[in-house]
Design a protein around this ligand. Structure first.
Ligand SMILES: [Mg+2]
Length: 191
């Protein structure tokens, strides 16, 4: 019997990395800053000299890429990277569908072996369409060779992005901080 799922598509931030929303909240709490005080989160308590990533960057202790990574939300989830490799080995096509910023491209692309993991990357800043616009998923499905939506899975940490994909007939998995349930849901749906 042919399996029904052919392609698996992934969001990047909050999926391959810890949640940037939680990271911002954590840093905000640590700094004693109100949520939304982005300058404080980016630059730390600037009137002091601390171990905040920006201060370490300005002291030349770390490079820009690492500072951006630390400020923007933690390390790479290797377990998910391994799972994407296994999916490709098993014959699934894979795509990354990311809302992103052109200037961030060198930084996030340096975090994981993009060309090894994904058949296709759809970056909002390249295609001019961002989630939750359904057109971004249609671009991904076309780019993967015209795969029907019901043959695709999509993983994202933002519920309205999942809802937009599901409205097209794509099956969605909401990614939460604990990856165990995410990986179990993936296994169930591709089985
Ligand atoms: Mg995300």
């Amino acid at each position: 019997m042919p399996r029904s799922i052919q392609v698996v598509m992934f969001d990047f931030g909050g999926v391959f990395t810890d949640s940037p929303f939680e990271a911002v909240a954590r840093v905000g709490v640590k700094l004693g800053a109100a949520a939304g005080q982005i300058e404080a989160i980016m630059f730390g308590p600037y009137h002091e000299d601390t171990d905040h990533a920006w201060h370490r960057l300005e002291r030349g202790e770390i490079e820009l890429e690492r500072a951006v990574r630390e400020i923007a939300g933690g390390g790479l989830r290797e377990v998910l990277v391994e799972r994407v490799r296994a999916l490709r080995d098993a014959g699934f096509a894979t795509a990354l569908v990311t809302n992103n910023v052109a200037e961030f491209r060198p930084h996030w692309r340096a975090m994981l072996p993009v060309d090894e993991l994904f058949d296709l990357v759809v970056d909002s800043s390249e295609v001019g369409v961002r989630k939750p616009d359904p057109a971004i998923f249609q671009l991904a499905l076309e780019g993967l060779g015209g795969v029907p939506p019901e043959r695709a899975l999509f993983l994202d940490d933002y519920p309205s992005n999942i809802a937009a994909a599901e409205a097209l007939g794509i099956r969605g998995i909401l990614v939460e901080s604990e990856l165990r349930e995410t990986l179990a849901a993936l296994d169930r749906l591709i089985g």
